[in-house]
Design a protein around this ligand. Structure first.
Ligand code: PEP
Length: 259
């Protein structure tokens, strides 16, 4: 399984910072041509970033509407993001679940929209610190998988992002044992939901990934890549994480969507 190294700039970045994308894309093209790299950006930057990246990496979005078009002022459909050049979209990030009340049903509808538009959906799940301390981490994430992952998803239309909320932007990390246990559980849940296809979806780990811990995380069983927030904003840090990925022959998600 080809690992995916995905960045998430969140609500950061203006055009003058696209040199970071240029640096990542040029270096990946020249030195890591077999590593699958994606950076999800604010929608305002997508079209320009696709040109800047010049095929060296893929560019994605951070959220989409479940609707195709209509009276939804301020929203962007998956089709619009694809039109801007995105190859992927994050759905159900914990910041959207927390700040905008997005439920599993909303996340599933957005994942379906991504598939409809031909975008790779990065479907995020994860438990809070209180849920982990109460011993409920596995059941919480299992329920999120069951309710957020539509039944027709395939390995080429979706990946799962496991992001414990308490590890996001905090510098706190689960132990290797906790990541192994959770990713094995997510794999079981995916297989239950999707049958044989569920064995193929990549499961990304996200939460305080940085150059110093990327290699050990990527070496764990059932870790099919990483989702990187803060450390994706600086090309040097993000490239160091990309270099930790074992390289094979990647599909480029910006061209995958043409299939
Ligand atoms: C994220 O928000 O998806 C994330 C993983 O953030 P960070 O890497 O900064 O913890």
């Amino acid at each position: 399984m080809q690992p995916l190294i995905a960045g998430n700039w969140k609500m950061n970045g203006v055009a003058s910072q696209l040199h970071e994308i240029e640096a990542v894309a040029a270096s990946v093209k020249a030195t890591l041509p077999s590593t699958e790299v994606l950076i999800c950006l604010p929608a305002t930057l997508i079209a320009q970033a696709v040109l800047t990246a010049a095929g060296g990496i893929s560019i994605g979005a951070e959220d989409c509407s479940a609707e195709i078009s209509g009276p939804f002022t301020g929203d962007l459909s998956a089709e619009m993001l694809k039109d801007a050049g995105a190859g992927a979209v994050i759905v159900g990030h914990s910041e959207r679940r927390q700040h905008y009340g997005e439920t599993d049903a909303v996340v599933a509808a957005k994942a379906k929209a991504a598939r409809r538009a031909g975008l790779l959906a990065i479907i995020c799940i994860g438990e809070t610190s209180a849920q982990r301390l109460a011993g409920n981490a596995l059941s919480v994430c299992g329920d999120q998988i069951a309710r957020s992952v539509p039944e027709n998803m395939t390995a080429s239309s979706a990946v799962i992002g496991y992001e414990p909320l308490w590890a996001i932007g905090s510098g706190q990390m689960p132990t290797s044992g906790q990541i192994i246990e959770m990713h094995a559980h997510i794999r079981d849940c995916l297989t239950q939901c999707l049958g044989a296809e569920g064995k193929k979806l990549r499961i990304l780990y996200g939460g305080s990934v940085k150059p110093s811990n990327a290699l050990s995380i990527l070496s764990l069983p059932e870790v099919g890549g990483v989702l990187v927030g803060g450390a994706s904003l600086k090309s040097a840090d993000f490239l160091a994480i990309c270099r930790a990925a074992p390289a094979m022959n990647p599909p480029n998600v910006n061209s995958q969507k043409e299939q």
